[in-house]
Design a protein around this ligand. Sequence first.
Ligand code: OGA
Ligand code: MN
Length: 197
Amino acid sequence: MIDHILEELESAGFSQVAGHLAPEILAPLGAFIDDHRGEFRPAKVGTGDNRQRVEGIRGDETYWLDPLTRAAPFGAVFSFLDELRARLNERFYLGLKQYECHLACYPPGAFYGVHLDRFNADSSRSLSFVFYLNESWNSELGGELVLYTKDGGERARICPAPGTFICFLSDDFPHEVKPALRERRSLTGWMHTKLIT
Ligand code: OGA
Ligand code: MN
């Protein structure tokens, strides 16, 4: 599996794996979100003093995770990310030191307009990744992740189907999240070339 992801990252800059999380891993993650939904907070954009809530840009609510906690139900996800980080460093010498991640819920109609995950003031975000945690999905519900090339062409359109995993080079793909008819759930994160404080 990781070999396949590395091949695709090398040739295309992104990789998508449908059904990457098995139902028995997905179900407890969904239950965790149900239990903690009231603790999700409106997401912000920007860094440092520039962080602000801008609903016209992004309407999701997030719950940050501590990757150092290996507690259920995140064990399998973090083990996979640890291995992916090690293999990326081995193969591409990326020097990825750490990753950060949050759970994200987009209420019906919420979206995240076209953006780059790499901040101007901080170039340490190198790989973006998303696991979709929706129990079921179909294309009529919307909520796609659309990746663009830097000259504005559409490169890929990913349906947030249960257990799908996608990762892409943060600097190479402007992208957006389309509004959906239903709440859209994910675990989203970034691998960094420096330690995050
Ligand atoms: C993000 C993002 C993509 C997705 O949180 O920066 O682009 O499919 N998420 O949820
Ligand atoms: Mn993004």
